[in-house]
Structures are given as structure tokens and as C-alpha cells.
Design a binder for this molecule. Structure first.
Ligand code: CDP
Ligand code: MG
Length: 742
């Protein structure tokens, strides 16, 4: 008998003996892997780490997510799909039998709430039904919004394929900085933010016959604002059809908001999913994920695996770890295809997750919560859910926005019960599935909140307030919100826009504010671009703006070349700070002829650079509209730094004896260790964003002089508050004294 028996709790009926046997096999699997590791270790001791005995994760089967279908195992749908024609697949979707009923309901009601299990065909089918029904006659268009860029792109691609048209012709997508539509495009998938911007050029959406607000349950800021605007437009345009589509959550609230609009329910179709919890909490969930994936791979019958992580960096790290271990295990295990999916992943890479798994292999898709409801990947039988998510939060008292990223060892914030169940549901689409939760059943009950707070209540509103003001909506306090934002947040947004010069003292949009609204970026970034005119450095500022918009994924840091990668990064450092480092990277890349080889040699992510180049081109194209001419600072970086300060004077910190404090709110903050200024600790600086991990870190910092703040924002700063009472007792001085003493 092994020292540590696998503990299994069987609550449901079923064959306990069978389960017990599987898990004993799991241990066997782990043991054989362990030998594999030793083999590998003898060649290259650095990579010893593969499934040590104490590293196997113990799960306890606790509950079952009920299914609507019998748990008999059908052929995996990837095989089925390959055989069937695309039209047959369309006919097999849960929404299909309801086609006529749905179209009749749409014809009879102006607003319809549509509720259906993820994967039932809402996003891909309903716009097509409307197209077939003639809603796009006379050049009218159908909009379908998605909270996520990736979803908009991939869904549009799928629908174009189903309709047999080229993407960008009849079917297209439009996301920020990327427009894949043409004159002919009548089915437009777009991010909710893009439809919001459509209101600027077409306030009554006159060219649209149908607007479908999809994934409404996500309650993103933009979706919430769309609700209010669309409800208003619908009153004036009785012929406009409004569809609100959502997973099975919240639909009653949507119905109430839209004057008791009817709810059309598409019955679900799901196989049961067994839910397993870990016996004990896992300290390092990334590591636990990798181990569990391999455990599932070696012990469980065929079927693909879906893993939920919180963001790109984590996903890339996990994929790298997985690939690494698979390589080392070589032919000891069957082939495991490791595929990432996250917001910034280029489309060619995205497409790979939808390709059928080759026979004999297994696919593991490592995703952000985009795969919770926005995307359906066929063939998933196993879901691995560490129970974390990334949350933006906002403190309206201090005006600080921070992205809370969960460090491996510190389990906050956990995700939500609603998410956890959505995630689990992904396992039961094609057959009975299993969901492994990397937390305990106790944690599920006691530590996971029930549902998420809508974004509008935990983000800054500068952007949307500016947009609403540009749409002529002045009385924001009485805007028709599904859930109103906190009063302080709204007030602060107005104040901030006033400080940036976008609003006058009456709260009316200024000329400069109108220009800022033209640029599809945050008000501070817009302001920085506008200010580049005054400081004659728009070329450089455009680059900085573009690089900031992809900022967290510029440098590549492979595990086995950390030292080289870090050296390469340091080589880009310029005095002044991180914004100039970004400028330097881009400039050198441009000089290399935008070469991918150059990126490779310098540990720079080519894909991110390519995206930065796209963004830069788009922004450059908008300069004329906002009356900024092209100019270069010719190496006079003070001008660049001043222009950045003109936009970001809100985000400033100064060094005090007890570390950095934000200038206005006096909050303690820290320079991120990745920053080029980490060691230098300049007295005054500005930051691009705050990220809360173990501490409140400032990411992308720039050294400034306090006098610049008076120059760019005299209405905001008083000379007195920029004086430094401790100037004579700075740490440097103290250091010298000690030296003298020594
Ligand atoms: O919107 P909803 O979750 O109800 O379903 P959908 O996104 O319209 O997906 C319907 C079907 O299309 C699913 O079976 C997906 O697997 C498939 N699909 C796909 O193969 N590729 C995509 N990019 C999107 C959907
Ligand atoms: Mg959908």
C-alpha cells in the first residue's frame, strides 16, 4: 500500500470501484512519469522538475453539474464535424429548431432578450437567420457586439466561412485599430466599444436594421452604456430591432430594463459534468495547473482539455512549462498539442484552437475567461479551473485605477461561482465531462463571490463621460443606467476631464475635448497626443502611444535564456525612463526595416511590435482630424517628456523619506522592478498605470521635473504643493555622510 493513498469521496451513485481504479492509475501514471523525469534529468539536470511524487495533485469528486442529455458517450464531435457538411453542423445547433419561432418573435417585438447556453448558436446563427430573412435588404446592416476583440474576429471568420463569403465582404468585423469591413459588409461583428463609437458618426444608428448586444451578461462598461443609448434610440426608431443575447444569467434584469421585453429561451443541451475539487489548497496554482494537465493527459480517456488562466503572461508561461515538460517526456506520453488563446493573440494563431485534434493526440487550450462564454471550442471534455480571474478595480476617492493580478502564491481575487459554473459547463458540450477545480469545495462555498460586480462600478469613467458629452448627453446623473456608477466616480471623471481641458467650468465640451473624443484612446493618452503639437514631437509621441497600448508584451523572456533576455532589455534603457525605452525599441526596430530577425535577436516580441506599428499607423491617420502636424523632436527628449507630462500630470508621484507617494492623494506606491528607473529612484515621476500585485506598483514610469507640472497644468498644481520639504535630507546626502564617517 502506498504511503499516501488517494482520497476519493463518492457522493453520487456510479461505480466507485471504477473511479478508484482510475485514480490509482493516475498514481501509476505519475510514477512512470517520475522515471521519465529522472531519465531526462540524467542528461540535463536543470530540467529535473517533472511530476515528482509529492507533486501530484489530489482531487476529490464532489458534485455533478446536471446535464440535459444522457451521459452515453457519442462520437467526439471533432470527428463528426469533419464528416458532416458545414450546413449539417448549422442544423445540429440547439438554436436551429427554434429558427422560425425566433424570427416570429423578433418580427413581433422591438426588443427581445435571448437566453441560451453557451454554444447554442446565438452569436453565429441568429445574425445569419436575420440576413436570410431579409433584414439586410436596401443596404441595411446588422450589428452584433462582443465584449472581446478575439471573439469578434473569430466569430466573424466562422460566419463568413458558413456563408461561403470572404471575410470583410458581406461579413466583417470591426475592433479598435482594426477594421475588416467594406461597403458590402452587412453583418458586422464588432466590439461593444466600437458600436459606442458608431454613435459619434451616426447618433440614431440609421443604417442599422438590427442591433444585437451579445454576451450581455458580461456587463462590460461599454455594453452597459450601449443599453442606455440603444433604449433611447429604439424609442425614436420603432423599426429598429434590438436583441439582447446572454448566457443563462441576469435575463430578468435585462427584460425589466427594456420595459419588460419578452425573454426567448433556447433550451440548453449539455451532458453531465463531474466536478472535482482539490483536497487541499494549492500554493502555486500555475505549477499545479501544469501538473494537473499532465495528470489528466496520462490518466484520462481521449478528449481535449481547457484550462482557464487570467492573462497573456500567465498563459504564455504555462504553455512554455507544458511544452517544456512534454518535450522532455518525449515518446513516453502521447502527443499533447498546447494552444494558447488570449485577447492579443494574432488571428492565425487563434484559428489553430478551432482545428480538429489529430487522431491519437490530445489538445490542451490554455485560455483567459474568453472561453467561458464568448468562444466555444469543440471536443472539450476536461476543464481545469484554478479559480482566479483578473479584476480591474477603481477607488473613486483617490481616483486610482488598478488591475489586480493574482500572484501565484496569493489567492486574491478568486473568480465567481457564476464563472466557475460557466467554466465547468464547457466540459459537457460533446459528451459527459469532468471539471477539475484547483481549490477546495470549502473555498467554492465560502471564498467565491456569487456574481461579479458590473464593470461600470469598478472602473474610471473618463472615457465614456467624454463620449457621452460628445453625443450631447449633458445630464449624466440622470442617464438611464442599468446599474448606476458610484456618484463619486462620475464626479471625479468630470473633474479629471476639466483638468485635462476637455470640459469647461460649465461641464461643456471644449474644442480640445471634441478632438480628444475623436481619438479612440483614453483621455490622458489623447491629451498627450494633442500636446505633442505644442512640443513639436508628434512622431515620437505617436510611437510612445502605440507602444503603451501593447506595453506589457514587448519583451520576451524565455525561461532558459533569462540572463540574455534581461541584458537585451537593459541595452534599450535610456535616461529619462520607460516611455523613452519603448520609443528606443520601436525606433531601432524601424531602422532594422521592421525585421522579425531583429526582434528575435533582441528578445523583443515581433507580434507585439507589428501590432504597435498598426496602432501607430491608425493614430497617424487621425492626426489631421485633430489638427496635429507631423513633427520630430530631433533627439530633444525633454520635449517628448513634457508632452507626456501634459497628458499624465494626474499620475504623478514623488519620492519622500518613506518611499514614493502620489502627489495629490498621498498614496504609497512603488516602482515596478521591471522598470528602467527601478534602481535610480528619481525624485519626481509620472506613471502610466498602477498594478496591484504584491504591492501597488507603478508600471511604465518616466522621470519628470516638478516645474513641468506647473508648465503643463497650472490650473491643477500650485507651486507650494510641489515644494519638497525634505529636499535637504534626501537619502543620497545621508549616504555621503555615512561615507565620510566611515
Ligand atoms: O453564441 P453561442 O455561445 O450561443 O454559440 P456560437 O458562438 O454561435 O457557437 C455555435 C457553434 O459554432 C459552436 O458549436 C461552436 O463550436 C461553433 N463555432 C466555431 O466552430 N468557431 C467559431 N469561431 C465560433 C463558433
Ligand atoms: Mg456567443
Amino acid at each position: 500500500q502506498p504511503a499516501r493513498a488517494v482520497d476519493l469521496v463518492e457522493e453520487e451513485s456510479g461505480a466507485p470501484g471504477e473511479e478508484q481504479r482510475r485514480w490509482e492509475e493516475a498514481r501509476l501514471g505519475a510514477a512512470s512519469l517520475k522515471f521519465g523525469a529522472r531519465d531526462a534529468a540524467s542528461q540535463e539536470p536543470k530540467y529535473q522538475l517533472v511530476l515528482e511524487e509529492e507533486e501530484t495533485i489530489e482531487f476529490v469528486r464532489a458534485t455533478q453539474l446536471q446535464g440535459d442529455e444522457e451521459p452515453s458517450a457519442p462520437p467526439t464531435s471533432t470527428q463528426a464535424q469533419q464528416k458532416e457538411s458545414i450546413q449539417a453542423v448549422r442544423r445540429s445547433l440547439p438554436v436551429f429548431p427554434f429558427r422560425e419561432e425566433l424570427l416570429a418573435a423578433i418580427a413581433n417585438h422591438q426588443v427581445l432578450i435571448i437566453e441560451g447556453e453557451t454554444g447554442s448558436g446565438k452569436t453565429t446563427q441568429i445574425p445569419q437567420y436575420l440576413f436570410e430573412e431579409g433584414y439586410t435588404n436596401k443596404g441595411m446592416k446588422i450589428a452584433c457586439t462582443q465584449p472581446r476583440r478575439v471573439a469578434a474576429m473569430s466569430v466573424a471568420a466562422r460566419v463568413a466561412r458558413e456563408m461561403g463569403v470572404k471575410l470583410g465582404n458581406e461579413v466583417g468585423y470591426s475592433i479598435r485599430f482594426e477594421d475588416c469591413t467594406s461597403e458590402r459588409t452587412v453583418l458586422r461583428y464588432m466590439t461593444d466599444g466600437m458600436l459606442l463609437r458608431e454613435f459619434l458618426s451616426e447618433p440614431d444608428l440609421a443604417s442599422y436594421s438590427v442591433v444585437m448586444v451579445d454576451e450581455a451578461h458580461e456587463r462590460t462598461l461599454h455594453t452597459d452604456i450601449l443599453f442606455g443609448l440603444i433604449k433611447d434610440v429604439a424609442r425614436f426608431r420603432p423599426e429598429l430591432k434590438v436583441l439582447v443575447a446572454s448566457a443563462t444569467m441576469d435575463t430578468a434584469r435585462f427584460s425589466t430594463f427594456f420595459d419588460d421585453a419578452p425573454v426567448f429561451r433556447i433550451p440548453g443541451r449539455r451532458f453531465p459534468v463531474d466536478i472535482f475539487y482539490t483536497k487541499a489548497p494549492e500554493a502555486d496554482y500555475l505549477e499545479a495547473c501544469v501538473v494537473s494537465v499532465l495528470q489528466i493527459h496520462v490518466t484520462q480517456p481521449p478528449g481535449d482539455i481547457l484550462v482557464f488562466l487570467t492573462g497573456q503572461e500567465e498563459i504564455e508561461a504555462a504553455c512554455e512549462m507544458l511544452q517544456d515538460r512534454c518535450r522532455r517526456l518525449g515518446s513516453k506520453i502521447r502527443e499533447l498539442l498546447v494552444l494558447p488563446i488570449y485577447a492579443n493573440l494574432p488571428s492565425d494563431m487563434q484559428a489553430r484552437i478551432f482545428q480538429p485534434t489529430p487522431p491519437g493526440a490530445r489538445k490542451v487550450v490554455v485560455a483567459t475567461n474568453i472561453a467561458e462564454t464568448s468562444l466555444t471550442i469543440e471536443g472539450i471534455i476536461y476543464v481545469l479551473d484554478p479559480g482566479f480571474c483578473k479584476q480591474k478595480s477603481y477607488n473613486p476617492r483617490t481616483g486610482m485605477e488598478s488591475l489586480t493580478v493574482t500572484p501565484c502564491s496569493k489567492p486574491v481575487p478568486l473568480s465567481f461561482q457564476a464563472s466557475a459554473n460557466q467554466r465547468a459547463g464547457r466540459a459537457g458540450r460533446v459528451a459527459a465531462g469532468k471539471c477539475f477545480r484547483l481549490y477546495t469545495a470549502w473555498a467554492y462555498q465560502h471564498e467565491l463571490e456569487e456574481t461579479t460586480v458590473p464593470e461600470i462600478q469598478r472602473t474610471s469613467l473618463g472615457n465614456v463621460v467624454l463620449l457621452l458629452k460628445s453625443l450631447g448627453i449633458h445630464d449624466l446623473m440622470h442617464f438611464d443606467f442599468l446599474d448606476p456608477p458610484p456618484y463619486e466616480t462620475l464626479l471625479l471623471a468630470l473633474e479629471q476631464l476639466y483638468a485635462l481641458g476637455a470640459l469647461n467650468h460649465l461641464g461643456e465640451l471644449t474644442t480640445s475635448g471634441r478632438k480628444m473624443a475623436e481619438l479612440p484612446v483614453d483621455p490622458m493618452l489623447s491629451k498627450m497626443i494633442l500636446a505633442s503639437e505644442k512640443y513639436s514631437c508628434s512622431e515620437e509621441i505617436l510611437t510612445v502611444a502605440a507602444m503603451l497600448s501593447v506595453n506589457n508584451s514587448i519583451f520576451y523572456r524565455p525561461k532558459d535564456k533569462v540572463v540574455h533576455a534581461d541584458n537585451a532589455r537593459v541595452n534599450f534603457f535610456l535616461p529619462g525612463g520607460d516611455h523613452l525605452v519603448l520609443l528606443n525599441v520601436y525606433t531601432q526596430w524601424a531602422e532594422s526595416g521592421y525585421s522579425s530577425q531583429w526582434c528575435y535577436e533582441n528578445f523583443v516580441q515581433f507580434r507585439s511590435m507589428r501590432r504597435a506599428r498598426d496602432v501607430r499607423e491608425q493614430l497617424e491617420g487621425l492626426l489631421e482630424r485633430v489638427e496635429v502636424g507631423l513633427s520630430s523632436c530631433q533627439g530633444d527628449y525633454i520635449r517628448v517628456r513634457k508632452a507626456i507630462t501634459a497628458g499624465y500630470f494626474y499620475h504623478t508621484a514623488r519620492l519622500t523619506r518613506s518611499g514614493y507617494r502620489t502627489v495629490k492623494q498621498q498614496q504609497t506606491v512603488f516602482i515596478h522592478p521591471n522598470s528602467s528607473l527601478f534602481e535610480q529612484q528619481p525624485r519626481w515621476l509620472l506613471y502610466h498605470e498602477l498594478v496591484l500585485t504584491t504591492k501597488e506598483f507603478m508600471r511604465q514610469v518616466l522621470e519628470i521635473e516638478s516645474s513641468w507640472l506647473l508648465e503643463v497644468a497650472p490650473h491643477y498644481y500650485k507651486a507650494k504643493e510641489l515644494e519638497d520639504p525634505h529636499a535637504k535630507k534626501m537619502p543620497k546626502k545621508i549616504g555621503k555622510t555615512r561615507e565620510e564617517l566611515g
